[in-house]
Design a protein around this ligand. Structure first.
Ligand code: PMV
Length: 334
């Protein structure tokens, strides 16, 4: 895990930061309604380079470009708007009236439930705060990243940003925040992810679950209790360092978790088919993230993930890959 303060490795007027994406192993949606969730940071990253320029804000990335000619003007609502908001707010705080460029390079597919926007905001926050000589403590980076993300996801739990900042595998609770679990031992389980290719909209899925809860109070409360117990069991498994392989028991819990996610209405026929395909060749699979599209994650023995990826690709699920756990979190580098 990162230390509380960072040295700022500036080369002239340029700072680069990287932050990992994340997988929600258990607890998406229920976390919005008070349960814990278990997440891990993954070995796919976003890299943001911030530099000073004469004037304006200019953001370039694989998903497009955003440019304003002054540092104070509003930006249009696009996927890059949070980064513009972040740069403008930091400049105001620093009393800086020049320009800022942000170059974003991402290994994380957008809109797929792997935390691409949180990783972008966390990396951009540390790069911009560092560039402008502002506070780069964990708290300051977290506040700036969340403030940026909330411009497009107002009801955010903060779990994704926490993964991008701290890395590792951890329990997340909206009240308490990050509760680190034992460091991952790579021989205990492997993770395979398959991207359905359908982008999802987190806010509309969160609203859908809220409607389900309002219309089915007793059922939702039973499912939430089940989810809470499931997460307790997963924490026990993950914390038992003496135990051997955990893929089978975690996979069983994933399959149960998926049945809850289906009941609250965040799966789809396409995701059900993908989950079923993965379930047949792993110990258990579930949606990861908001659902409605995005990715499915499955638990498998560490030694068999490559074969499983190949098998999924042969079945036509081309965008399938193994993921490892990133223990480092956010990194400021040159
Ligand atoms: O799909 P993502 O990466 O946006 O994850 C959303 C997870 C939710 O639990 C549905 C919402 C949240 O803020 O935790």
């Amino acid at each position: 895990m990162r230390s509380a303060m960072h040295d700022i490795p500036t080369h002239g007027e340029t700072v680069t930061s990287s932050a990992p994406g994340k997988i929600i192993l258990f607890g998406e949606h229920f976390i919005v309604h008070g349960t814990d969730a278990i997440l891990c940071a993954i070995d796919r990253h976003v890299y943001v380079t911030a530099a000073k320029t004469e004037s304006g804000i200019h953001i370039t990335s694989d998903v497009g470009e955003l440019k304003t000619s002054t540092i104070t003007e509003d930006a249009p609502t696009t996927a890059l708007m949070p980064l513009h908001h972040l740069a403008r707010a930091a400049a105001r705080r620093a009393g800086y009236s020049g320009g800022i460029t942000l170059q974003v390079r991402s290994e994380i597919p957008p809109g797929a439930g792997l935390g691409s926007s949180s990783a972008c905001c966390a990396a951009a926050a540390s790069a911009v705060l560092g560039l402008l000589g502002l506070d780069v403590s964990d708290t300051a980076i977290m506040d700036a990243a969340l403030d940026a993300e909330r411009t497009i996801h107002p009801n955010l739990s903060g779990a994704d940003t926490t993964a991008s900042l701290y890395g590792g595998i951890f329990l997340y609770n909206r009240g308490v925040g990050y509760i680190g679990l034992e460091p991952h031992r790579a021989d205990r389980f492997g993770l395979v992810v398959s991207n359905s290719g359908t982008a999802h909209d987190t806010d509309s899925m969160v609203r859908r679950v809220q409607r389900f809860r309002d219309n089915h109070v007793a059922i939702f409360s039973r499912l939430r209790k089940g989810e809470r117990e499931l997460i307790q069991r997963a924490v026990e498994i993950l914390s038992d360092l003496e135990a051997g392989a955990a893929a089978e028991s975690l996979g069983r819990l994933a399959a149960i978790n998926q049945s809850y996610l289906r009941k609250i209405g965040v799966s789809s026929p396409e995701l059900d088919r993908l989950v079923d395909a993965m379930q047949k060749i792993t110990y258990g699979a579930k949606i990861t993230g908001a659902g409605g599209g995005g990715c499915v994650v499955a638990f498998a023995d560490a030694g068999s993930v490559r074969g499983i990826v190949t098998a999924l690709q042969k079945m036509g699920y081309r965008d399938s890959f193994a993921v490892g756990i990133d223990e480092e979190g956010l990194v400021l580098s040159c």
